[in-house]
Design a protein around this ligand. Sequence first.
Ligand SMILES: Nc1ncnc2c1ncn2[C@@H]1O[C@H](COP(=O)(O)OP(=O)(O)O)[C@@H](O)[C@H]1O
Ligand SMILES: [Mg+2]
Length: 230
Amino acid sequence: MIKGRLCLAWICEQNANVPFSRALKQASVAGMNSFDEMDAFDGASLSSRAMAARPTPYLEGLNPAQREAVECLNGPVLMLAGAGTGKTKALTARIVHLLNTGSARTNEILAVTFTNKAAREMKERVGGMLGQPAEGMPWLGTFHSVCVKLLRRHAELVGLKSNFTILDTDDQVRLLKQLIRAEDIDDKRWPARMLAGIIDDWKTRALTREALPASEAGAYNFRGPALYAQ
Ligand SMILES: Nc1ncnc2c1ncn2[C@@H]1O[C@H](COP(=O)(O)OP(=O)(O)O)[C@@H](O)[C@H]1O
Ligand SMILES: [Mg+2]
């Protein structure tokens, strides 16, 4: 029986079909400043050449399964193992391996965690392995922080402004109460929390006001859809 919670460790790579000029840039970011451009034409891939040239101390001390996960850079790897068995160690080594081989730049690596503590730990561990702070990794963070960053960057695609605010549960209910009162609805009979629950359900199902099925029209005394639109 596997003890502890199972953890899914995932890294998204962006290294397919990297144009030559960009590959060169990646290589220099990875510290290959003495790279001769003509060397790229002699048949060996950039990453294998980089691998040969750079030491890989982070691979030492990994067990065979960890090492396999770290060195398999083409495509996804799923690590399922119990708590304390070395998933984070392998994941951080894989990030360092991506950087060290010039397969990706720091801003091309997406690494998400569930908790702030885990994100902090991951940054520290990557920094420790790199021998410098991992500050240049904008996409290493919790699901929440990474998603909000994406949303702010592309807010206009979902009809938001990039400076949108995030309300906590109490503020959500307070705001809904104001809307409900402005609509002259008796919030004793139709509590704001009930509307908050209905809206939460619609958002979870990715339903916009326009996409609400007819069967939802009666929600919150038939006022739900209109209030949702506000
Ligand atoms: N192959 C290994 N050899 C020795 N120690 C290891 C190895 N893999 C992981 N560890 C150590 O075991 C501890 C737990 O590893 P960690 O990667 O945090 O596990 P997990 O993320 O699965 O909970 C850490 O202190 C880590 O340094
Ligand atoms: Mg872990």
